[in-house]
Design a protein around this ligand. Structure first.
Ligand SMILES: C[S@@+](CC[C@H](N)C(=O)[O-])C[C@H]1O[C@@H](n2cnc3c(N)ncnc32)[C@H](O)[C@@H]1O
Length: 315
C-alpha cells in the first residue's frame, strides 16, 4: 500500500529544530518520513537521524526508501517513544542535538481499511498504532467499547474527545453491545446524537473515534513519559520541538515546558525554596505557533496543529 502523508508545519519544525551538519536528531514519530528525510539531508553523512515509530507499517515503508535511496544516516526503530531512553541506549548514543515529536496518526494509518481508525471505512475495532509494543498492556478498542462500565466509557469520550454528547453516546453504546465494527460504532453514535448535531461541520463520530484511539494507545501517558526523558538526553543548546493536534496534548507540553523552565518548583505555600530545582529549558515559542492559512488550505489536517519548542540550557 502506498504510504500517504503530507507533513504538517515542516518548515516551522525545521526552523526550531535547526538541524546542522553532523548533528544527531531523534524523530520520535517517523510516520511517512516527511520530517526524517528532510532532517537527514540537513545533518548529512556526518550526522544521524534516529527515527522511531510504534507502527510497523511506517517502519517498513521507510525501510524501502532508505534502501532504494541508500540513506546511511537514518536508523529506524520500531518502538513506542515512551521508551526513549532505552532506545537511545540501544542505538549506543549518549546525547542528541534535537528531538522532535509530530503526534497523533498519519493519513496512511487513517486510510488503512484494516486498522479501524476511520468511521468512513468498515473494519474491526482495532485502532492500535503498532502491534509489537503492546505486549505489556493490551487494551483493544473493542474491549473498551464492549467491557468498560458506562461511566468509564463516558469519561473517555468526554475527556479525550471533548464530546458534549458523551453521556448519550456512552449510553447508546452500552445498549447496543456487542459493537464489533467501526460501522456499527459510527451508526450507534449517529443514532444517539440530536439531528442538529448530525448536520454539523464535523461527522458526529469524529470526537468519539479520536477519544477511543487516545485511550487505546494510552497516548497521553506515553507523551508524558517520553517528555520526562528528553531533557537528560539533550545536549546543551539541544532543541525539543513538539507538534500536537489535541488540546490535552498541548497542555501537557505547555506545562512540561513551564516546569522545566522554572527555577523553583516548590508549592506556592513554601516561602523559601527547598526544591533546589534548576531551569533546564528555555522556551523558544512564547506563544504557540500554528500553521499558515495557505498550509491549512492545502492540508486541512494542519488546522489543529500547535507547535511548541524549547532549548536545553546548562547551569
Ligand atoms: C502525524 S504522524 C508523523 C508524520 C511525520 N512527521 C511525517 O512527516 O510523515 C504520527 C506518527 O507517530 C506514530 N506514533 C504515535 N504515537 C506513538 C508512540 N507513542 N510511539 C511511537 N510512535 C508513535 C504514529 O504511528 C504515526 O506514524
Amino acid at each position: 500500500m502506498e504510504y500517504k502523508h503530507i507533513p504538517v508545519m515542516l518548515a516551522e519544525a525545521l526552523e526550531y529544530l535547526n538541524p546542522k551538519s553532523g548533528n544527531i536528531i531523534v524523530d520520535c514519530t517517523l510516520g511517512g518520513g516527511g520530517y526524517t528525510l528532510e532532517i537527514a539531508k540537513r545533518v548529512g553523512k556526518a550526522g544521524k537521524v534516529i527515527a522511531i515509530d510504534a507502527d510497523e507499517m511506517a517502519i517498513e515503508n521507510a525501510e524501502l526508501k532508505v534502501k532504494s535511496e541508500k540513506l546511511e544516516n537514518i536508523i529506524l526503530v520500531n518502538e513506542n517513544f515512551k521508551n526513549l531512553q532505552k532506545i537511545i541506549d540501544h542505538v549506543g548514543v549518549e546525547k542528541v542535538d534535537g528531538i522532535v515529536f509530530d503526534l497523533g496518526l498519519s493519513s496512511a494509518q487513517l486510510e488503512d481499511r484494516s486498522r479501524g481508525f476511520s468511521f468512513n471505512l468498515d473494519a474491526p475495532l482495532d485502532m492500535k498504532f503498532g502491534i509489537k509494543n503492546y505486549e505489556l498492556r493490551i487494551t483493544t478498542t473493542e474491549e473498551i467499547i464492549n467491557k468498560f462500565k458506562q461511566k468509564e466509557l463516558e469519561k473517555i469520550i468526554r475527556e479525550y474527545g471533548e464530546e458534549r454528547y458523551a453521556g448519550r453516546i456512552a449510553n447508546a453504546i452500552v445498549k447496543n453491545r456487542p459493537v464489533r465494527t467501526t460501522k456499527e460504532l459510527a451508526d450507534t453514535i449517529m443514532n444517539a446524537v440530536p439531528a442538529s448535531y448530525r448536520r454539523g461541520r464535523i461527522h458526529p463520530a469524529t470526537r468519539t473515534f479520536q477519544a477511543l484511539r487516545i485511550a487505546t494507545n494510552d497516548e497521553l501517558s506515553a507523551l508524558q513519559e517520553a517528555l520526562a526523558q528528553t531533557v537528560k538526553i539533550l545536549e546543551d543548546k539541544g532543541r525539543l520541538v513538539i507538534i500536537s493536534y489535541h488540546s490535552l496534548e498541548d497542555r501537557i507540553v505547555k506545562n512540561f515546558f513551564k516546569q522545566e523552565a522554572r527555577r523553583c518548583i516548590c508549592p506556592p505555600e513554601v516561602l523559601q525554596c527547598v526544591c533546589g530545582h534548576q531551569p533546564q529549558l528555555k522556551i523558544l515559542t512564547k506563544k504557540v505557533i500554528t500553521a499558515t492559512d495557505a498550509e491549512i488550505k492545502n492540508n486541512p489536517r494542519a488546522r489543529s496543529a500547535k507547535l511548541r519548542a524549547a532549548e536545553k540550557i546548562l547551569f
